[in-house]
Design a protein around this ligand. Structure first.
Ligand code: NAG
Ligand code: NAG
Ligand code: NAG
Length: 434
């Protein structure tokens, strides 16, 4: 017993003396890197600030979560549910939401995720507690006793979510509503919004038409709605108008099958219409699964949807790398990091790639077909049919599995944004001066 105590005492003394030595070194400024800091022991660790991403990376490898005040003009509402929160939200908090301080989660039961609160905006929303929605065909679906039923509950979250965001932060510029499997490229969005006046009523997203809500019977008779999973963006000016009528909207549209449609109807009632200018850049697809890559690799996306945590992680890594170059993240960047490593060199058997070929030729095998494509700068994808036909395609679209003997692949080096490629060293001009 005494022995053990002595060992403990010894360890304690060793530790204590180490601390004293450290403190002395610290206070006297002998320890390098700390000479200018006198705040506290905890801050002794020297930090390197990476300005673009606002991360502080300490020398022991921890990346500190640091809110960047440049994002304070944004308020983010994120819809999640009891069923999906634990699986989906953590990767969002670790990646693109890391530097955003005004993020609120809207769920369907009172919950906490770590130290993040999830607001229940669904229960007690209506006096009679009737959480029913009527689908496009007029069928009634009910969420029984508040048991989570993803789609039904989700429809009730958008409007109360926006109302809550406004209550919390009535004076910010932009209010976003996302799903828990959406990724938003903040730098890209900000480069588009920074020159707009948020006091004006803006409503952005990917536009669609609907039937079945607000008495709309034919597609196109109602207002366009911004598809929720691809992300909804409204300006302060739009939200201020919507807030005047939102309590009526919550009741009037309570049976509508989709929450994003309810938002469009409510904004219509507030005299705000969807601005289509960013359509096609709020994307309801996953880069590595079902995205039809735009022909211009230099254009840049604002959101993706239906993402796996791994894809979110890869998108964030790509953005971090690109942001250091002070430019938006374009499709070529994402293609390179997400698709290239999966497909480079790989000819995928029993697959076909959608899209119209710009040329067709005959080759003796699939490898030769790939070679022909690689040598044509316009060719980004090829499909080879075993009877010798080689199709060359200029667009990179979804890959389909097929029964018949076709093979296909991409030429990743033909999908690049030239503006961002490292420039070759200037050739000596002397030889041209003749
Ligand atoms: C040291 O601490 C004092 C008191 O907190 C503060 O006024 C001073 O600015 C600090 N100096 C440095 C170099 O951080
Ligand atoms: C709930 O609301 C729907 C739609 O208005 C209605 O058809 C249904 O009868 C209501 N259910 C209850 C239990 O009140
Ligand atoms: C929308 O416009 C109509 C007609 O100009 C007006 O009567 C109504 O008050 C406006 N609603 C809002 C919420 O601004």
């Amino acid at each position: 017993m005494i022995g053990i105590r002595n060992v403990k005492t010894l360890i304690f003394l060793l530790m204590a003396s180490y601390c004293v030595v450290s403190i002395v070194l610290y206070v006297t400024g002998t320890d390098k890197n700390t000479t200018t800091k006198n705040t506290s022991i905890a801050r002794k660790t020297p930090t390197t600030t990476v300005t673009n991403s606002a991360q502080s990376i300490s020398h022991n490898g921890f990346i500190n979560n640091k809110y960047n005040s440049k994002w304070n003009k944004y308020v983010v509402g994120l819809k999640t549910s009891t069923d999906t929160a634990a699986a989906r939200v953590p990767i969002q908090l670790l990646t693109f939401l890391r530097h955003i301080s005004n993020v609120y989660f809207f769920g369907d039961s009172v919950e906490e995720l770590g130290d993040t609160k999830v607001y229940d905006v669904v229960h007690n929303l209506y006096k009679d507690g009737n959480l029913s929605v009527i689908d496009v065909n007029g069928q009634l679906s009910t969420s029984k006793n508040g048991v989570s039923n993803g789609w039904i509950m989700d429809a009730h979250k958008n409007l109360p979510g926006f109302k809550k965001l406004y209550e919390l932060y009535p004076d910010r510029d932009w209010y976003l509503m996302l799903d828990d499997d959406t990724y938003l490229l903040f730098e890209n969005l900000d480069s588009e919004l920074k020159d707009l006046n948020p006091a004006e009523p803006y409503y952005f997203g990917a536009y669609f038409s609907f039937v079945g809500c607000g008495g709309i019977k034919n597609h196109g008779d109602g207002p366009d709605f911004a598809h929720g999973g691809s992300g909804i963006v409204v300006s302060r000016g739009a939200l201020q108008r919507m807030i005047k009528v939102i309590d009526d909207c919550i009741v009037d549209y309570r049976t509508c099958w989709a929450g994003d449609v309810r938002v469009a109807l409510c904004l219509r009632d507030a005299n705000v219409t969807l601005d289509r200018r960013f359509h096609g850049r709020f994307i309801n697809a996953e880069p590595d699964v079902d995205l039809d890559w735009p022909d211009n690799p230099c254009s840049y996306p604002l959101t993706f949807h239906h993402l796996k945590p791994k894809t979110i992680y890869e998108l964030y890594a790509t953005e971090n790398r690109v942001n250091k170059e002070n430019r938006p993240t374009n499709y070529a960047d994402i293609f390179k990091s997400i698709m290239a490593h999966q497909h480079e060199g790989g000819i995928q058997d029993n697959t076909d790639i959608k899209g119209y070929p710009f040329a067709q030729t005959r080759t003796i095998n699939k490898e030769k077909c790939k070679d022909v494509c690689r040598e044509n700068i316009k060719c980004r994808a090829y499909v080879y049919d075993e009877n010798g036909i080689c199709w060359l395609k200029g667009s990179i679209q979804k890959t389909n599995s097929v029964e018949q003997s076709r093979s296909s692949g991409f030429i990743t080096n033909n999908y690049i944004c030239e503006e961002n490629e490292p420039k070759p060293a200037p050739t000596p001009t002397i030889s041209k001066l003749e």
